[in-house]
Design a protein around this ligand. Structure first.
Ligand code: BGC
Ligand code: MG
Length: 548
């Protein structure tokens, strides 16, 4: 056996500037012909993942679950759902990934459990049992209505009545996802044990689901309403009244930090790293700053800024990065354009292949770490599904104004010619293969040197070759019309990056200096002798300071 190439203790900063490939296990590769992706399927695709050059994988939940929210409703944190395999299969994922030099991050959903979790099943029994206070329970108002105005992201009240306890319990998501009570220190201990269980099994880190939702206000105060002009839909779609509140009491509480500190202490001896998902439409970056400051909290937070409905303009990208400097200058962001919760960005922003190339080159040049969502490297558009095909309760609730998250969760396409595009040998897969996806399958792109897949590999490789992009400072962020430019610098290397965020050509005068355009394999523009750059549509230029 080839020895593992991973040593996190010797290299505890491994996550800085890392490229993390997100796997949605239901849809990556099916190994047993049941139409659902699984852990052994992932094992078989690790050579492909390694060929992308990514540093780590983040695997969406594969724990025991009734699958009401497709694994984000966990009924046993320390076991694998039979649908996905066994703990031994998980060990095989870790061993294989490590042999290929890829780190493994798992998705811990600690804010809530499934209502089938033994902790909740006990809690719901009475107001006195040992787990009675492990979830957020509250008496009704005198008129029988819920204790306050908190809403569920997935629709309706954030409270569900329990006839047995004659009380309400809180749920930020489905009624079958009761929220744990983080004011109870036994809950902290139990969740820290979960983290230890997986660290001990060899994981390198965590993606932490809804990290800012952990604690709610002890006094259960009403959230204030949010004026229409301040609403923004990066967390919940515009049609969702969840967007009509300022979420200062149901989430974002200062007590979260206490738990995060304990979690970091548990991770420390392993050199493990975490990326916390911060879902907040108003204060996302600020919270990121709070949670990633110093070295006793989280290493990274997952930012929603580039998951926006509309395509970010040059000015918007500069604004985001300047905001990061303002509210999170010593923190660390993890950027993404796509994931399992939003419409794929090729469709969401209606991007040409040229634009997709520019955006991935750009994200590789931004300060922060990066998540790439499976299939993004193929340029997959959102799959168009019929209502009858829907699986996601979120889409079923808000259809057709919001179609839910199934369109970005359809199976990965491996082989244009094969049954189910090589995903599964089943007669029927859990979601259909996207019609327009087949011709973009991996096999089709491998043989075409101009395909997007190769550009992704080169962009990833490019970042790896330039420490300034991975860990350097960023300075002088500005936009000029559709062009964005900035400097990345670290000891021994200084780069000047210019991006044309538009489909029309642009010219740009380089600052004084001895610049050499690099990254020709990415289509980086050449600099004229007079210092002018003539950028084609969506073209970039990365230039190295030769005098450095
Ligand atoms: C996950 C979603 C999930 C929700 C509830 C998230 O933000 O990414 O897929 O539905 O948390 O766990
Ligand atoms: Mg399977």
């Amino acid at each position: 056996m080839i020895p593992s190439k991973i040593d996190n203790v010797a290299n505890p900063d491994w996550w800085r500037g890392a490229i993390i490939y997100q796997i949605y296990p239901r849809s990556y590769q099916d190994s047993n012909g049941d139409g659902i992706g699984d852990l052994l399927g992932i094992v078989s695709r690790i050579p492909y993942i390694a060929s992308l050059g990514v540093d780590a994988i983040w695997i969406s939940p594969f724990f025991t679950s009734p699958m009401k929210d497709f694994g984000y409703d966990v009924s046993d944190y320390c076991d694998v759902d039979p649908m996905f395999g066994t703990l031994a299969d998980f060990d095989a994922v870790v061993d294989t990934a490590h042999r290929f030099g890829i780190r493994v991050m798992i998705d811990l959903v600690l804010s809530h459990t499934s209502d089938q979790h033994p902790w909740f099943r006990e809690s719901v029994q009475s107001r006195e049992n040992p787990k009675a206070d492990w979830f957020v329970w509250a008496d009704p108002k005198p008129d029988g209505t819920p204790p306050n105005n908190w809403l569920s992201i997935f629709g309706g009240s954030g409270w569900q009545w329990s006839p047995r306890r004659e009380q309400y319990y809180q749920h930020n998501f489905l009624t079958s996802q009761p929220d744990l009570n983080f004011h109870n220190m036994e809950v902290h201990e139990a969740l820290l044990d979960v983290a230890t269980f997986w660290l001990h099994r060899g994981v390198d880190g965590f993606r932490l689901d809804t990290i800012n939702f952990y604690t709610c206000d002890k006094d259960l105060r009403d959230n204030p309403g949010l004026p229409k002009d301040l609403r923004n839909a990066t967390i919940a779609p515009a049609v969702n009244p969840y967007n009509h509140q300022e979420h200062i009491y149901d989430k974002n509480r200062p007590e979260n930090l206490e738990f995060l500190r304990k979690l970091r202490a548990v991770m420390q001896p392993y050199g493990a790293a975490a990326v916390g998902e911060v879902g907040d439409a108003q204060r996302g970056l600020e919270i990121m700053g709070e949670y990633t400051r110093g070295d006793d909290l989280m290493q990274m937070c997952y930012a929603f800024e580039f998951l926006s409905d509309t395509q970010p303009t040059a000015a918007r990208i500069v604004k985001v990065m300047q905001d990061v400097d303002r509210v999170a200058s010593d923190g660390w962001a993890c950027w993404a354009f796509s994931n399992h919760d939003v419409m794929r960005h090729a469709t969401r922003w209606n991007l040409s292949t040229g634009a997709q190339r520019m955006f991935i080159t750009l994200i590789m040049a931004l300060r922060g770490s990066v998540c790439i969502y499976q299939g993004e490297e193929l340029g997959l558009p959102e799959a168009q599904l019929r209502f009858e095909d829907l699986q996601d309760p979120y889409g079923i609730e808000f259809w057709p104004e919001f179609k839910g998250r199934d369109g970005c969760r359809t199976p990965m396409v491996w082989d244009a010619e094969a049954q189910n595009a090589g995903f599964s040998s089943a007669a029927r897969t859990w979601l259909p293969i996207g019609e327009a996806h087949r011709e973009l399958a991996v096999t089709a792109q491998e043989t075409d040197p101009s395909a997007l897949l190769h550009h992704y590999r080169k962009a990833i490789h490019f970042r790896h070759n330039h420490a300034a992009l991975r860990v350097g400072s960023h300075d002088g962020l500005k936009s000029d019309g559709d062009v964005i430019y900035f400097t990345r610098e670290t000891e021994g290397e200084k780069l000047f990056c210019v991006f044309n965020v538009s489909d029309s050509p642009s010219s740009f005068q380089m600052p004084n200096g001895d610049w050499r355009s690099i990254g020709q394999e990415l289509g980086s523009a050449t600099i004229n002798v007079d210092g002018w750059l003539h950028l084609g549509p969506w073209q970039a230029c990365v230039a190295l300071d030769r005098a450095y």
